[in-house]
Ligand binder design. Sequence first.
Ligand SMILES: [Fe+2]
Ligand SMILES: [Fe+2]
Length: 195
Amino acid sequence: MLTPIIGRDGERSDTPIMAKGTRGSRVGADALFRRLRRDHRHVLEQMDAHEAALRQSKRATAKHERTLRDVLALLGTEFASHMTAEDDVLYPALLAALPAAAGSIEALAAEHRELRQMLQRLRELLEETASPERAEQIRVQIQDLGHLLRLHVEKEETLVFRLAPRLLAPREIAALAARLAPRTTEPLTRSKGVS
Ligand SMILES: [Fe+2]
Ligand SMILES: [Fe+2]
């Protein structure tokens, strides 16, 4: 099965992720890792926009809260698909191909666990009654989450995404592709206004 690749601006790539043969699997790997990098950019852009809006206005507003809920929903979707696909398929495949990288891969997996906990804490905080203390806690926690997410993405793209396309077997590329959620086409900044 092919996973359709739809860019954040709505363009659709028909490059098949799943392909047979040496050259074909290389094409598939390239398309897959372009898609994974695009997921990273999409999430970080939404985080950047939300944090910029918070910096501009120190006062917590209903609009900030709405956009925060949108950002957390996006993170939940990406953690459940992209991140889980990395945990279940990409990291084990890389570990099998390159046992010497175990330390780096375990560090990345630990960051996934930490990011999931941070997301859960923020969700719980949002359920509490609004107060200045809660607003400050949200501000600090979203900054911490954004900081770790940026570090994680940088490490992952530098350490993993450069090596993995050459090391993964075609069936592993297909398995990864099948786990990714179809892309939504509307960036939050355009549809909801994160400002
Ligand atoms: Fe990733
Ligand atoms: Fe990751």
